[in-house]
Design a protein around this ligand. Structure first.
Ligand SMILES: [Zn+2]
Length: 183
């Protein structure tokens, strides 16, 4: 019986050990279209602060489902001209969703007027709702803000915001979709 158990443990180790390095190599970093399809059938209506499930679509699908302005900002990391977007001085009460996938990214309770001409927020809805990346485009070191669910470019975050976070999430209006919440 004892030998049988040892044999089973040995067999399990022999089969599992080669898998371990593969698990620690991190996520695939390939282009979006390589990760497409698998998560496409998931419901876009995810509630709560749980880690959002990934939405990945081929570039052509994003191009079809977005306006040229939305596509240029969210999928090609563009920036809308200041004082032109729908939300820079907007004061509605509700939640701002990613225009690409509907992920809730910012709430009106953290919005403030930064005077920059872009909607500005002190914090995202949750730590899981967005992700950030180091960005050195334009020869300036900045921190890019992306939707954690579909990797849409939303804007940048700067360390010159008001308390309590001291952060200023400078977000393009065209990357957002406001949904009013009645109190
Ligand atoms: Zn998104």
């Amino acid at each position: 019986m004892d030998r049988f158990l040892r044999l089973r443990v040995t067999l399990v180790l022999v089969f599992l050990l080669p898998l371990l390095p593969a698990c620690t190599k991190g996520r695939p970093a390939g282009p979006l279209r390589e990760r497409a399809a698998a998560s496409d059938s998931q419901s876009p209506e995810q509630k709560g602060p749980a880690v959002p499930r990934k939405v990945a679509k081929p570039d052509e699908e994003w191009r079809r489902s977005l306006t040229p302005e939305q596509y240029a900002v969210t999928r090609e990391k563009g920036t809308e001209p200041p004082f032109t977007g729908a939300y820079y001085s907007f004061k509605g009460t509700g939640v701002y969703r990613c225009v690409c996938c509907g992920n809730e990214v910012f709430g009106s309770e953290t919005k403030f007027d930064s005077g920059t001409g872009w909607p500005s927020f002190r914090a995202p809805v949750s730590e899981q709702s967005i992700r950030t990346e180091h960005d050195t485009s334009l020869g300036v070191a900045r921190t890019e803000v992306l939707c954690s669910r579909c990797d849409a470019h939303l804007g940048h975050v700067f360390p010159d915001g008001p308390p309590p976070t001291g952060l200023r999430y400078c977000i393009n209006s065209v990357a957002l979709d406001f949904v009013e919440k009645k109190e």
